[in-house]
Design a protein around this ligand. Sequence first.
Ligand SMILES: NC(=O)CC[C@H](N)C(=O)O
Length: 273
Amino acid sequence: MTNQKFELTIGWLYPTLMSTYGDRGNVIVIERRAQWRGYDVKVVPLDQNSTAEDIKSVDVIVGGGAQDRQQEIVMRDLQGKKADAMREKLDNGTPGVFTCGSPQLLGHYYEPGLGQRIEGLGILDLVSVHPGENTRRCIGNLVIEVTASKLAKDLREMLGGATPYLVGFENHGGRTKLGETEALGKVVYGLGNNGEDGTEGAFHQNAIATYSHGPLLPKNPVVADWLIQTALRNKYQEPVSLTPLDDTLAMQGREGMLKRLNVDIAKSEVAKV
Ligand SMILES: NC(=O)CC[C@H](N)C(=O)O
């Protein structure tokens, strides 16, 4: 089979409500990296005008960060059949990347600094609470080592045996505590889920949840390729290997950031910020 046959549909959650923090970059990176390899790509907004069928039709899902007010509007819309469709997709291994406000909504609930608790979809076993408007926001560069076992193994393989580190930028008031859901990784620099237990993000089947904006994928193109590869394998039920792309600039950017943060990834110790 030639690459030309592959078609990839990206579902983008609430583009106008959940793009406050630049996570649109994740959609662009998946789209471009798939196009550069000759695949046909469609980007489908999954929002107030969409149905549960639209959610079911996509191969990979991207959800960005949002402010508390927008999260509430999204959760009111994402009910009933749409919620069921999201649950079914993620439980069955549709890959996705969900940043900050999105994972808060995929958990059991999010308690904003002001106002009522927002019930989540409960797909991820986690809860998020904003400790109040007068508390410090978690803002700054973030470096994590991916520890979620399946993802860590795949990324390590794709990186030729190197330890998978992700570089990003966090900006959140909410603190997340994980239940049974596996963490995405451990914090090497920054605060992560709550600034206390050293965990960052969550991983469920093939869904990546993270506090890392940046956006995440331009800074960590290997994750974009993992999402594309997983989506195509699921869809076509056959092994898919992606043509390598020249990521020299992204790699230089990562090196520069690690140097600036004084993170020695060889030691992988939790750095204090
Ligand atoms: N960056 C975000 O998505 C912020 C999400 C959330 N409202 C918080 O401040 O925790």
